[in-house]
Design a protein around this ligand. Sequence first.
Ligand code: PMP
Length: 413
Amino acid sequence: MSNTLTSQHIDIEHIRSQFQVLHQEVNGKPLIYFDNAATNQKPQRVIDALVHHYQNDNANIHRGIHTLAERSTAKFEETRKAAQSFIGANEAEEIIFTKGTSESINLVASSWGRKFLSEGDEVLISAMEHHSNIVPWQMICEEKGAILKVMPINEAGELILSEVEKLITDKTKMVAFNHASNTLGTVNPVKEITAMAHAVGAKVLIDGAQSTSHLEVDVEDLNVDFFAFSAHKMYGPTGLGVLYGKRSVLEKTPPYQGGGEMIKDVSFKGTTYNDIPYKFEAGTPDIANVIAFKEAIDFIQELGKDNIAAYEHELLEYGTEKLSQIDGVRIIGTAQQKVSVISFEVEGIHHFDLGMWLDAKGIAVRTGHHCTQPLMDHFCIEGTARASFSVYNTKAEIDTFIVALKDIITKFK
Ligand code: PMP
């Protein structure tokens, strides 16, 4: 994360003017939306692109020769190219459209895992994984007799690299972990761990759900084999995501689902499969959302990742400092490198109550285990409240949030 730039490159009023949803009152108070790690809001250009597609271009893609089909296909494939350059992939064919990070990981666990995992092999994940990067591996390990191992973390919520090094052995076939934690905000050392995994011939999958809207991502530089992310966490539509895979790895990975588009030739004797990426895209995809997703990518690119990272880092530092000054507040996740996520608990107040009382003041935070129950167990807690910031949030909103929190603490404790 670049900490040298400042917010001077961010025109906050111009940015906020593109998000109609932010300009409303909730429970009689101006909405403050701090639930961005769950999903962030969509700029008007994304919504306009969706409407434009249905009003002007709607047709199924790839198989038609009429004008609308050609228009839809061209726009669909433009997003693939935009996603390719957004994450620094070598080829557009290495970009597979999925329903989201969860489906991307399930694809790898079930297709790659079924072919390449055997009894006694080991899959390594981390203690701070989202359930989406735990359960698919548990399922395939159970089926194949493989063993799931867990990279431990310290009290700040950082991976303990000396322990990670010991866990990566000749038995390790897959190392799967997140780029940034949705609960702790921790940014993980992807390059370092990838090099360790490759040294023993293991593959690496990165869950990038929380990194693509905050951090520079270059899959070639990181040298990872798979990288999964969701459009809806980066100002794009819900129900859409990407799986990046290295061509050499994807070509050896069997298809995930059977159906139209993923075939070259079908007869009742058998089927030959299509080339990548189509081999992994059975059925009619979410055409309109894919097309609108390009606007979200362009939105981020035009603002500049460095500018976004620098601005969000300012919000993170500001919010962390203000929260730390409140008696009874404990921040969970104090890593050196963090994205703009602050999980916290307040002594004597259940996080669900806290979430409800903040909502009554127009402030949206997430509460609960954040789909990271094993991580909650590690910290011996049931859940947290979580404030997470996007580029349209402001220090003034953090000030209002802090006043609201203090008010709740005095009234209800
Ligand atoms: N991994 C992480 C780190 C996440 O934050 C999320 C979403 N909360 C997911 C995976 C799952 O993403 P999706 O629901 O879009 O599939």
